[in-house]
Design a protein around this ligand. Structure first.
Ligand code: GLU
Length: 307
């Protein structure tokens, strides 16, 4: 199949969608990003990459980092992890407090904010300190991306630290229910640091390969997680990866994936490839508008989906 030609076609066909949607502005520094950007990369199991558009431009990965922290926490805690965070779709906005209150401080899944903050807390306990947890999370992402240059953007983390009142509220609520081990401020700061990691569609699609291959990097043969755990992470991506639009994403695209408010979306086609698309303007549920459309076009044109 001529993937390059398909990506070129997609870049043309999404043009009418560019300019629609809205860049996330509740993290002030992200509001400054030019919405008219679009990049997409497909990475194959032998490392071959096909790209179109702004595929080298670094962007804030935001909630996509939750896939990697979930991987580390599942590796560290195994099934025990589900005592503190569930694995059901929330059907609620990603930063909702209401559900967390009536479910007694146990977040529905590791991809809504409360769940990801809880997973970060678990990693701080596992690694012994917030600084060590941040270091290990970054080291892991560099390893799966096979790129030692990946960094977290301090300015973005600070911007979120100054304005992340709702995330602090989620952490405080969990703490009040006894479902958070460490200091609230330290936990949210560590969480903001991994959300502020910056990558391009090229590096991020490379980083996702292990999830398309049962937990093993098909290029380096490194084993990051068991096949059972990889299966579960993919299942949670499919059912919970796109906030309260997860059902719609499964319906339109048909792949396990995860989006972030920076406008990135990753998706995997099991045993074949990993994909990353980025365009900063978001739809009402907080997912990249053109990015979602591009992935829908990709699965339609290739006929690849998990269904
Ligand atoms: N750091 C962002 C937040 O906590 C991540 C949100 C997202 O990408 O969905 O609000």
């Amino acid at each position: 199949m001529d993937y390059q030609a398909i990506l070129n076609e997609i870049a043309e066909e999404i043009k009418p969608y560019m300019g629609r949607g809205k860049v996330a502005d509740y993290i002030p520094i992200l509001a400054e990003v030019d919405p008219m950007q679009f990049g997409m990369t497909v990475t194959m199991f032998d490392g071959t990459q096909y790209s179109v558009g702004d595929a080298e431009t670094p962007f804030s990965i935001q909630s996509i980092s939750k896939v990697f922290t979930f991987t580390l926490a599942l590796d560290a805690y195994g099934y025990e992890l589900y005592r503190r965070v569930g694995r059901e779709p929330s059907g609620n906005p990603f930063n909702s407090l209401v559900q967390l209150e009536y479910e007694k401080g146990v977040p529905r899944n590791p991809f809504i904010n409360a769940g990801a903050i809880n997973v970060t807390d678990a990693l701080i306990s596992h690694y012994g300190s917030p600084a060590k947890a941040s270091k290990e999370i970054l080291a892991f992402i560099r390893e799966i991306a096979d790129n030692p240059a990946v960094e977290s953007d301090k300015e973005v983390a600070e911007s979120e630290m100054q304005h992340g009142f709702r995330n602090r509220a989620l952490a405080n609520l969990m703490k009040s229910f006894g479902n958070l081990d460490n200091d609230v401020i330290e936990v949210v700061h560590t969480y903001f640091e991994h959300c502020a990691i910056v990558m391009s569609t090229r590096t991020l699609s490379r980083a996702m390969l292990y999830l398309a291959n049962h937990g093993i990097d098909p290029i380096t043969a490194k084993k990051f997680i068991t096949p059972q755990q990889a299966k579960r992470i993919n299942a949670v991506m499919l059912t919970c990866g796109h906030y309260d639009a997860s059902g719609d994403f499964a319906f339109q695209v048909g792949l396990p994936g995860k989006s972030g408010v920076g406008g990135g979306i990753v998706a995997v086609i099991p045993k074949k490839m990993a994909i990353c698309v980025w365009s900063p303007a978001l739809n009402e549920q907080g997912n990249s508008l053109s990015g979602t459309k591009a992935l829908e076009l990709f699965t339609t044109k290739t006929g690849y989906s998990i269904f």
